[in-house]
Design a protein around this ligand. Structure first.
Ligand SMILES: NC(=O)c1ccc[n+]([C@@H]2O[C@H](COP(=O)([O-])OP(=O)(O)OC[C@H]3O[C@@H](n4cnc5c(N)ncnc54)[C@H](O)[C@@H]3O)[C@@H](O)[C@H]2O)c1
Length: 349
């Protein structure tokens, strides 16, 4: 049985990935600091399962990471751990540099030293997969898509910190030969996403009949990918990606923010009409835009599709319906993650 060291596996994408990987027959050692964004409830189904070992800790803790590598002999490391919310990076960029840059560097050094000590086949097949974002490429105009050769032009403290970590991963491959892989993915949505991000925030507020805040004119475009499809792409890259390469992952599902909010309103009106019969679209409220808000992202995932045969299984319509249903069925999870300090207030204004 293959063993993965997964970092950030109590977060949104990492949690979905761990559940999918264990169900797919892998053993996972899950290192997560449990910041506000990490939640062990997401992993409740794995309680007592010997294929999942949870360790609370920091990717920047070299002694801890070194010990985990020596003890569990993973076949690969998959790095999800990060500060991930653009609005928070506007209010406090330092934490983003600490985890996303300094933390990733520590993890890379530990991975390099561990990999150097492996022999034969284990050294040959070891992989370090770094999970990154399309936001490193900056903002697009009306046309075009990001490819793997688009120059980096990060615009927010979050994307700048992710860009820095991508460069470190690249450098560790070129300088030390570490067998790295990098994936740059578009916006994800789906089960277990912390309700500070657009889709779960709007679902929660719309359910409660509260105003639905839409930044600026609502015309910013994101390319939405269902989280399960992102996790499948990462597993495929891990299996068959070419060492040292980067792969873009996207859903081919560009939507303006306002269209995303309207889709959620329509689904909830069907499933849980408001008591007074008002359509939820009437709750949409345009608010002051995010500073430096990138206008449009769109991903060309042709390389991943051609070389590794990956395809998204969900359209935006099927994925958003699943997501709304998941949040309706899992309100206790939402209430528990909100029991911390965050109360769905505006950040990064
Ligand atoms: N959410 C998206 O749409 C998206 C898109 C593309 C790429 N990504 C990338 O995917 C990764 C996961 O994103 P997410 O949305 O699941 O984020 P998230 O904020 O939901 O989860 C991050 C997890 O990392 C943990 N963590 C934070 N700092 C840590 C540290 N120093 N050591 C160990 N664990 C730490 C947190 O506790 C949390 O569980 C990130 O690297 C992000 O940049 C996200």
């Amino acid at each position: 049985m293959q063993t993965l060291l997964v970092t950030g596996g109590a977060g949104f994408i990492g949690g979905n990935f761990v559940l999918q990987a264990v169900a797919g027959g892998l053993r996972v050692v899950n290192l997560d600091k449990l910041t506000y964004a990490g939640n062990r409830d997401t992993l409740a189904a794995l309680e007592g399962d010997p294929r999942h070992v949870f360790v609370q800790g920091d990717i920047g803790d070299r002694a801890l990471v070194g010990r985990l590598l020596a003890e569990h002999h993973p076949d690969a490391i998959v790095n999800f751990a990060a500060e991930s919310h653009v609005d928070r990076s506007i209010d406090g960029p330092a934490a983003f540099v600490e985890t996303n840059v300094v933390g990733t560097l520590a993890l890379l050094e530990c991975a390099r030293d561990y990999w150097r000590g492996l022999d034969g086949a284990a050294r040959e097949t070891f992989r370090f997969l770094h999970v990154s974002t399309d936001e490193v490429y900056g903002s697009l105009g009306e046309d075009g898509k990001f490819t793997e050769t688009t120059p980096y032009a990060p615009n927010s403290p979050y994307s700048a910190s992710k860009a820095a970590s991508d460069h470190l991963v690249r450098a560790f491959h070129h300088t030390y030969g570490l067998p790295t892989l990098t994936t740059n993915c578009s916006n994800n949505y789906g089960p277990y996403q912390f309700p500070e991000k657009l889709i779960p925030l709007v679902i929660q507020k719309a359910l409660a009949g509260e105003p639905l805040p839409v930044y600026g004119d609502g015309r910013n475009v994101r390319d939405w990918l269902y989280v399960g499809d992102h996790c499948a792409a990462i597993r495929r890259v891990l299996e068959a990606g070419r060492v040292g390469e980067t792969y873009n992952v996207g859903g081919n599902a560009e939507r303006e923010n306002i269209a995303v909010v309207e889709a959620i309103c329509a689904l909830l009106d069907e499933r849980r009409p408001l008591a007074d019969g008002r359509p939820r679209e009437s709750l949409i409220t345009f608010v002051k835009d995010r500073p430096g808000h990138d206008r449009r992202y769109a991903i060309d995932s042709g390389k991943l599709q051609r070389e590794l045969g990956w395809r998204p299984t969900q359209t935006f319509e099927s994925g958003i319906a699943r997501t709304v249903d998941w949040y309706l069925d899992n309100q206790p999870w939402v209430q528990r993650v909100l029991d911390g300090s965050y109360r769905m207030e505006r950040l990064g204004a």
